[in-house]
Write a protein that binds this ligand. Structure first.
Ligand SMILES: [Zn+2]
Ligand SMILES: [Zn+2]
Length: 130
């Protein structure tokens, strides 16, 4: 495959997601890269993040009331959002597949999956409040 300007940009965007474990938004990635890459546009960042997540190279994290975030970890895991500062923490535990069955048997609905976001006070905010 030829090295085009676009694949170089995609590589930069991918690296930024991998290096920033804060689950960056498209805007974070854009602001992180734009100083050294003045030709980069927010639209390009969005498009590349979209393509990377559609290809399963990164994953997209949907948090209610927040813009989509992107995650370099593609193995299944849950997320916890701090109600004070909005930071995202990874929660590694087995997929709670039994929840799907429980809801299916209670409602008769055809459950195909679930999204759960835990709400926390993160350690930084907890220490600040003490
Ligand atoms: Zn916090
Ligand atoms: Zn994550």
């Amino acid at each position: 495959m030829a090295i085009t300007k676009y694949s170089r940009q995609r590589e930069l965007i991918y690296q930024t997601v991998m290096e920033n474990q804060v689950h960056p938004t498209a805007e974070f990635v854009y602001n992180y890269l734009k100083k050294d890459n003045p030709q980069l546009s927010l639209g390009t960042v969005y498009r590349n993040l979209q393509q990377l997540s559609e290809n399963g190279i990164i994953s997209r994290v949907s948090i209610p009331d927040q813009p989509d975030r992107f995650d370099g970890i593609t193995t299944p895991h849950y997320h916890a959002v701090c109600t004070e500062c909005g930071s995202i923490t990874d929660v590694f535990m087995e997929n709670m597949a039994d929840i799907d069955g429980l809801v299916a048997s209670k409602t008769g609905l055809d459950i195909v999956g679930h999204e759960i976001v835990f709400k926390i006070i993160c350690p930084v905010c907890k220490n600040r409040d003490n």
